[in-house]
Design a protein around this ligand. Structure first.
Ligand code: FAD
Ligand code: SIN
Length: 535
């Protein structure tokens, strides 16, 4: 019998999952808390974060109304004002906690936090640790977890599906309001056996889905598993058309997955976008030039590259102080040197790459999904904070704020919840080992091609229709494979990638306007338009 029981099961060990676990362990040392990672626990988007975490810190210059206005402006009138207020106002307290828990942020010569500037921010408010902020936060959170005996971390466990009434043989539909979650089926990657993990409350903190595109800054774990699991369980998912392309990933002709990010903080530090022949172009697109919000800068770069038939634009840092540059951005500096570019002598070749999912699992202000006993936190969610485009460095903040709110909510409800008896174990009858892994790897390549060419920065009805037709075929082939083949993480990820690709394409097809990160040549203007939950 491979059935395991816990009080709270959290899938994901990035800032969202780890913070939820710590906030809970502080409040309830009696609860058994299990954290799950499909890879090693450190391998998360969180650890790749460079620029930092946004919070109103210097009250002399900044105040929450400015951070609220910047967030809404970036979000292009689609942010939920209540959620923006919550995150901006609770954010500084959560950042103070990160510091108390051991996170280091850079300070200046006066021993005050060195606040950086990024695109779309009207004030300097980004706390950072060199260009390694995420790795520093991840380190501190993991070390903090070790201090709690009631937290267990399961590495190399792959969450396949959340368990609902569907697994008890009942029909579950997306319009039902009493779907319940009882736990998660986890594939143990050491022995490829599926285990049943039951819990009173479950939190999905599985991050984004950047891997649906060929070029992405997201690590290979970012396959949108939580979003796909939620959609399969008939949960509510929204705003999937708002995929953020970061304007500046390092152009590497050899190609690498993930693409290496050149932080927006480099532009905040004075880096200027230019064409390959050294001419500035951002004045044609926005008064804020290289520091306009990301959707505007990424589209501007895309447009320049297409007009000029070039593979990249350039980021000019040659006028900046070399010592200060290397001290602020050691990782970026050394990465450039490693591919033969000295940023102090040559312009850095940059190109947009998929970076962040603003949409995802729909949650309320306390992280509840529409499925009972199931919360979601972090990049896998759509909280309403980002609207049509996320403001730089608001993601780590959102994860920390919602983790705290979810933990508080769990504390107030968990004692009324019992584990569900009678859950069947995973049924693998009728499946055989995959004979040709190439079927899976080739389908992943096809999916990335489809999404990159037809559902990228600029969209149109024709491209979206093409994408949908091709995705349909991939979906049918993959479902057949899934139904007949023993489970492997590669197959599960392929399935989830296709679901995410479908959700982005369908959401994009429904939105008959251009707004924030969604731009379509068929509807180039912004209209009053409401898009509901995806059915
Ligand atoms: P993640 O940190 O991605 O963690 C996901 C976790 O879920 C992992 O532990 C993974 O193993 C687990 N998981 C996923 N699927 C499964 C499964 N099926 N089974 C088991 N486990 C699973 N944001 C900012 O605010 N500031 C920045 O400076 C910044 N810089 C960034 C730079 C880069 C290069 C990237 C890629 C992102 C950056 N972001 C930044 C965005 C930010 O890092 C992420 O949005 C955020 O870290 C997401 O945190 P998370 O906890 O939701 O998910
Ligand atoms: C960056 O450093 O440019 C990334 C910041 C973010 O994604 O918020």
């Amino acid at each position: 019998m491979s059935v395991y029981k816990t009080d709270v099961l959290i899938i994901g060990t990035g800032i969202a999952g780890l913070s939820t676990a710590i906030q809970l362990a502080i409040r309830r040392p009696d609860l058994k808390i299990s954290l799950v990672s499909k890879s090693v626990k450190e391998e998360t988007n969180t650890r790749y974060a460079q620029g930092g975490i946004a919070a109103v810190w210097d009250l002399g210059e900044d105040d929450s109304s400015k951070h609220i206005a910047d967030t809404k402006d970036a979000g292009d009138d689609l942010c939920d004002p209540q959620i923006v207020d919550i995150v901006v106002n609770e954010g500084p307290e959560r950042v103070r906690e990160l510091i108390e828990w051991g996170t280091r942020f850079d300070k200046d010569q006066k021993n005050e936090y060195d606040l950086a500037m990024e695109g779309g921010h009207s004030e300097k408010r980004i706390l950072h640790y060199r260009d390694l902020t995420g790795a520093e936060i991840e380190r501190a959170l993991l070390e903090k977890c070790v201090g709690y005996k009631n937290i267990t971390i399961l590495e190399h466990y792959y969450a396949i599906d959340v368990i609902t009434q569907h697994h008890l043989g009942y029909t579950v539909t997306r319009v039902m309001n009493d779907i319940q979650c009882y736990g998660v089926y986890l594939l143990n990657l050491q022995n490829l056996m599926v285990e049943t993990h039951l819990a009173k409350l479950i939190v999905l903190a599985t991050g984004g889905a950047g891997q649906i595109y060929k070029a992405t800054t997201n690590p290979t774990i970012s396959t949108g598993d939580g979003i796909a699991m939620m959609y399969r369980a008939k949960g509510h998912v929204e705003n999937m058309e708002f995929v953020q392309f970061h304007p500046t990933s390092l152009f590497n002709p050899k190609g690498e997955n993930p693409s290496f990010l050149i932080s927006e903080a480099v532009r905040g530090f004075g880096g200027i976008l230019k064409t390959r022949d050294g001419k500035e172009f951002m004045h044609k697109y926005d008064d804020r030039l290289s520091l306009a919000p990301r959707d505007i800068v990424a589209r501007a770069i895309d447009s320049e590259m297409k007009a000029r038939g070039e593979d990249y634009v350039s980021l000019d840092c040659r006028h900046l102080d070399p010592q200060a540059f290397a001290a602020h951005f050691p990782t970026i500096y050394h990465k450039c040197l490693s591919i033969g570019i000295d940023p102090m002598q040559e312009m850095i070749p940059v190109v947009p790459a998929c970076h962040y999912f603003c949409g995802g699992i729909k949650v309320d202000a306390n992280g509840h999904t529409n499925i009972q006993n199931l919360y979601a936190c972090g990049e896998s969610t759509s909280t309403g904070l980002h609207g049509a485009n996320r403001l730089a460095s608001n993601s780590l903040l959102e994860g920390a704020v919602f983790a705290h709110r979810i933990a508080q909510d769990i504390v107030s409800t968990i004692d009324r919840i019992e584990l569900k008896p009678g859950i069947p174990e995973w049924d693998a009858r009728g499946t055989t080992d995959p004979k040709e892994m190439v079927l899976i790897t080739q389908s992943i390549k096809e999916l990335k091609e489809i999404m990159s060419y037809y559902v990228g920065i600029v969209r149109s009805n024709v491209r979206l229709k093409r994408a949908m037709d091709r995705l349909q075929l991939l979906y049918m082939e993959t479902e057949e494979l899934y139904n007949n083949t023993t489970l492997s993480p590669q197959l599960c990820e392929l399935r989830n990638l296709i679901t995410n690709g479908y959700l982005v394409t369908r959401s994009a097809s429904i939105r008959k306007e251009s707004r924030g990160l969604h731009f379509t040549t068929d509807f180039p203007d912004k209209h009053a338009f409401t898009q509901g939950t995806l059915l």
